[in-house]
Write a protein that binds this ligand. Structure first.
Ligand code: URC
Length: 297
């Protein structure tokens, strides 16, 4: 019989819900995040013997998240790195880990044409996220966004695909193109103005989606990724997962009506799922950056 040994492992507190209000002035600020903290290191004994001497409790990890938030969250990448430095610095057998943060955005409620001081409305389901991975003295940062729903009502075609006996799809030179963008990009350095870069990457993706005359969602994806890499030398690669949110033209002929691309059935499933990585050919190895970042190819 072969010897049975413990393989890769990590543990921590998942999805710590944290809301931080900054109320130094009467104009409050809100930061709303979900934090997952996972530690790696010399943790064999707890698995093989039930010896907890090295187990920084998941409850302690949760408390640390809340305690650190007392000073504010700031850029989620910086907050995640703070946590990483703390756990790997404080406990010598903790040699690395993974800190994932998702951020929800709130907008001020407009009252008399101005944003209210302390009343907010969740602006959309879109989220900003990051995964910071630490292994010894190496740190990888993968940041991204999810649920960025975009649509263009023309400027999209889909033609020239192979036809076989199962093909019923009609070619089109004018269709709706809609998707919910999930994207994650890997930074080449930890020395980044993360908030500014996030806003810029997002704006670049939106502009590329809008201005690309799309022959396929795959082409739009590649344009979006290329535009980001062209503008941001500190980013090595961008991974996308983009559902093709199909909009089918409704046949209004039974009602004696034409339908020149105006009335659509927005199907929610099934959907095409377009995934790709846009990368620099000479990018340094990704190391452990994408470990435990599911949902991308
Ligand atoms: O942009 C598209 N890419 C596809 O691969 C595809 N396949 C399909 O049926 N419609 C589309 N649209």
């Amino acid at each position: 019989m072969s010897k049975i040994v413990l393989g890769q492992n990590q543990y921590g507190k998942a999805e710590v819900r944290l809301v931080k209000i900054t109320r130094d002035t009467k104009r409050h600020e809100i930061e709303d995040v979900t934090v997952t903290s996972q530690l790696r290191g010399d943790l064999d004994a707890v698995h093989t013997e039930g010896d907890n001497a090295h187990v920084v409790a998941t409850d302690t990890q949760k408390n640390t998240v809340y305690a650190f938030a007392r000073d504010g969250v700031g850029a989620i990448e910086s907050f995640a790195m703070r946590l990483g430095k703390h756990f790997t610095g404080e406990f010598e057998w903790i040699t690395g880990g993974r800190w994932e943060i998702e951020q929800y955005s709130w907008a001020r409620i407009p009252v008399d044409g101005e944003g209210h001081d302390h009343s907010f409305v969740r602006s959309s389901d879109e989220r900003r996220n990051t995964v910071v991975t630490v292994d010894g003295d190496r740190t990888w940062i993968v940041s991204g966004l999810s649920n960025m729903v975009v649509l263009k009502s023309t400027g999209s075609e889909f033609r020239g695909y192979p036809k076989d006996r199962y093909t019923t799809l009609q070619e089109t030179s004018d269709r709706i193109l809609a998707t919910s963008v999930s994207a994650r990009w890997r930074y080449l350095t930890t020395d980044v103005d993360f908030d500014k870069t996030f806003e810029n990457v997002r704006a670049i993706m939106l502009e590329a989606f809008a201005t690309t005359h799309s022959l396929a969602l795959q082409q739009s994806l590649f344009q979006m990724g290329s535009a980001v890499l062209e503008a941001h030398p500190e980013i090595a690669e961008v991974k996308f997962s983009m559902p093709n949110k199909h909009h089918f033209l409704v046949d209004l002929e039974p009602f004696g009506l034409d339908n020149p691309g105006e009335v659509f059935f927005a199907a929610d499933r099934p959907y095409g799922l377009i995934e790709a990585t846009v990368e620099r050919e000479d990018a340094p190895d990704a190391g452990r950056a994408w470990d435990s970042v599911p949902g991308f190819c």
